[in-house]
Structure formats: C-alpha cells, structure tokens
Design a binder for this molecule. Structure first.
Ligand code: FAD
Length: 399
C-alpha cells in the first residue's frame, strides 16, 4: 500500500481546521498541533460572506453553520441620530451564490463544527497543549519542535502548514518579513446579552453607524447575542477602555437604560495591516492570519483565510496526485494577490470610511452609497466586492 503523505498543521483556528478536514478527506495523514488546552471560544470574527459559505457548502458544512448563526439579507450604513441610511440588499447576488446574505456567527462556531467532523472522521488528530517552538526542513522532510506537558519532542512530516495566527512561530522561524502597519486606534468588541431589536429605529442584523458626535460603531446580531464594535475615545488608555463603567457608558449612548447591560465579552484589539513576504519556503506554507492581517472592518480576515485553505489544499492534493510541487507557488501568487489587492485595500477603505469623523465627508460618502443602493447593477458590483466573490474569482484566474 502506498505510504500516506503526512501533513502537520500548526494551529486549530478556523483556517487550520478547515485545512485539516479537507486534507483528511483527501486521504492525507494529518496532525494538528494547538498550543491552547482546548478550542478557543473567543468570538472575534462574526461575519461569514457568501463566497465562504459557497466553499464550505462543498464540504457539507454551510447549512450546519447557518443553523448556528443568524442571516442578514440586508445591511446598512446609517446616521444614528437622523436615520438616513444606505441599505444594501444582498438578494442582487442570487445568481452568483447559493447564499445571498451575510451570516453572523462567531468564528468559534466554525471551529467547533470542523472539530466535530474531525472527531468523527479522524479521531484524536488534534493535539492540544502542543506548542510549536521551531521548524526546520530538508529537501524531503519537515521537522517541528513541540513542547507538550513539559516535554520536548520533534515531529516530522512531508509538509508543514503554518495556520498559527498573527504571531506565527512558523513564519518567524522561516525568517519571513511581515511588513505593514499597525493602525493608531484600537478596537473594542463587546458581546451583549440584550436584544436591541425593536429598541433602535431601523436596526438591521448588520449596521455601521455614524453618530453626530463624530464617533462611529457597528452592531451585528448573531444567533445568541448582539456584538458592538467601536474605537475608545481619543486618549483613553486600553485599560480604561475596558473598565465596566466605560463600557456601560458607551452602551448607554446607544440605548440609555436604567439597569446595567449584561456584557458577556469585552475585548480590545490592536488592528494591523501586514502581509508576509512569502507564503511558501520549500515544504512549509502559511495560510490565514499567519500570512496576512487586515482591519476587521468588512469581515475579511477569517473569510480570506478560509479562501486560502481551499486554494492551498487543492494544490497540495494536486501534488499528491502527481503535479509538480511548483503548483504550490501558484497558491502563493493567487492568495498573495487577493490579500494585497483586495482584502487589504478594501478593509483599509472600510476602516477609514467607518471612522470618518468629518460630517461633510460623511454626507458625501453616504450620498455615494445611497446612489449605489438605488441602482441594482451598481449595488451588485459593490456587493460582489464586499462579499469577496470577485476577489476569490480574480485570485483563481492568476496564472
Ligand atoms: C474584533 C475582531 C473581529 C473580527 N471580525 C472578523 C469578521 O467578521 N470576519 C472575518 O473574516 N474576520 C474577522 N476577524 C479576523 C479573524 O478573527 C481572523 O482573521 C481569524 O481568526 C484567522 O484565523 P486563523 O485560523 O488564521 O488564526 P487564529 O484564529 O489566530 O488561530 C491560530 C491558532 O494557532 C494557535 N497557535 C498559535 N501559535 C501556536 C504555536 N506556536 N503552537 C501551536 N499552536 C499555535 C492559536 O492558539 C490559535 O488557536 C476579526 C478579528 C477581530 C480581532
């Protein structure tokens, strides 16, 4: 019997686990090394775009994920006080996707779903509490140094995939650059156990609000809670931004209430815009946040990472079936192009639009967006970009 190709994946985040499940199903022997003692339950991403749902559908996962989230067939930019809005109708994408809506579901729901499938199809292949500390390779094999339960070990495989997030040990071990910038203002993300539906005029399941005081915030409705994102007031320290009294103050500017809000999650994130200088060195490849970071505005990081996972596994499967390993360089060309030209550029534009403080510039931008929403052809073009359908297709066409 032919020897099975062995792949080590570092990181049991959404990108690592989608990659693992695809490779297990293609007959690879896969080991996932995860430093945490269990799957992360941090909400982080909550937006799944239709391009990603179409891909997950090919694995039989989309409908199950949708059942764990909440769909948003419309979403909007809105002046909070006056109610002037540009409302995007996702139904214009009906001919392009099986899923013409945004899905609001925390990223751990995809992590849980893929882990459940892996437990059925390849039990025990995720090793928790296994921290990778270094990587090396020869022409034929990769080696990974792992610390687990206080003991050090070295594992070998045919391929190593670094899906180990922003501070990727794999990327650092390869000596790759990670040029870019860190945005000056952080972002606070809240998960609130209170149903705002019916309390705020015109509220949809996905909202980007501009307030009259020059501030801005987003509100997304997942199945279980409302998520709110905002930048803390200028000059406020990170520590103060997360103080319960300041969090309650922010919530009360949106909807004043005598009882305190039940805030289940309050996190502060620095926002980066960076791309690794390469996504491949020999037998070691990067995907997801390990390879690229962008502002969460618009919900592209995880979606782009899942797109990487599909592209990369398709190429690895081709190599397994006899293609030249150079096809992996096409993965790099395609997904690096998507990261730089689409994901970074659009999320940067979104970041700046959401935080635009100038009322005159906001008005011009709102009018531009309203004009787009009033023309279905223009709205479709806009949504093809914001749902990453156009980006995915452009990347696939890169030779
Ligand atoms: C507030 C916020 C909101 C966001 N919203 C969205 C959104 O709506 N839509 C969207 O698409 N994206 C969004 N993102 C981005 C999204 O969260 C990330 O892009 C996504 O988590 C990337 O997945 P990943 O699997 O590449 O990395 P991660 O999710 O970071 O997973 C990496 C895994 O590797 C493990 N690991 C790290 N180092 C090691 C090591 N040395 N050894 C072993 N294991 C290791 C970690 O423990 C972790 O489990 C958001 C981000 C933030 C901060």
């Amino acid at each position: 019997m032919a020897k099975k190709t062995k792949v080590i994946i570092v990181g049991a985040g959404p990108v690592g686990l989608v990659t693992a499940l695809r490779l297990v199903r293609a007959g690879f022997t896969v080991t996932v090394l995860e430093q945490a003692p269990e799957l992360h339950a941090e909400p982080r991403a909550s937006t799944f775009h239709c391009s990603t749902l179409d891909l997950l559908d090919t694995m039989g996962l989309a409908d199950q994920l949708i059942a764990r989230g909440r769909t948003a067939p419309h979403w909007q930019y809105r002046m909070f006080e006056t109610g002037e809005a540009a409302v995007f109708d996702m139904s214009v994408l009906a001919g392009e996707t099986r899923f013409p809506f945004r899905l609001q579901a925390e990223q751990f729901k995809l992590v849980e779903l893929t882990a459940e499938q892996l437990a059925l199809e390849a039990p025990g292949m995720i090793r928790f509490g296994a921290k990778v500390t270094g990587v090396s390779q020869t022409a034929d094999t990769v080696s990974v140094a792992v610390d687990q339960n206080g003991t050090s070990d070295v594992l070998t495989a045919d391929w190593l995939l670094g899906c180990d997030g922003a501070s990727s040990v794999v990327r650092i071990g390869l000596g790759l650059g990670f040029d870019g910038e860190t945005y000056p203002v952080p972002n606070v993300t809240l998960g609130i156990n209170f149903d705002f539906t019916g309390h705020i005029r015109g509220l949809l399941n996905v909202n980007y609000f501009w307030s009259a005081n020059g501030g801005s915030f987003s509100m997304f409705h997942t199945r279980d809670m409302w998520r709110m994102g905002y930048s803390p007031p200028k000059g406020m320290s990170d520590e103060d931004a997360l103080k319960p009294e300041n969090v309650q103050l922010q919530l009360n500017t949106v909807l004043p209430r005598s009882a305190p809000y039940d805030v289940a999650v309050a996190r502060l994130y620095r926002i980066h815009k960076r791309v690794a200088s390469d996504f491949r060195v020999g037998r070691i490849l990067l995907a997801g946040d390990a390879a690229h970071l962008n502002s969460p505005s618009g919900g592209f990081g995880m979606n782009g990472g899942v797109h990487d996972a599909f592209n990369l596994t398709e190429k690895l499967i081709a190599v397994e079936r006899g293609a030249d390993a150079a096809v992996l360089d096409r993965y790099v060309r395609q997904r690096r192009a998507a990261a730089v030209a689409d994901i970074q550029a659009t999320s940067d534009a979104n970041y700046k639009r959401h935080r635009e403080p100038d009322p005159d510039k906001r008005r011009v931008e709102l009018q531009r967006l309203q004009a787009i929403t009033q023309d279905r052809a223009l709205m479709k073009d806009f949504l093809m970009e914001s749902a990453l359908i156009a980006s995915y297709r452009r990347a696939e066409a890169v030779p």
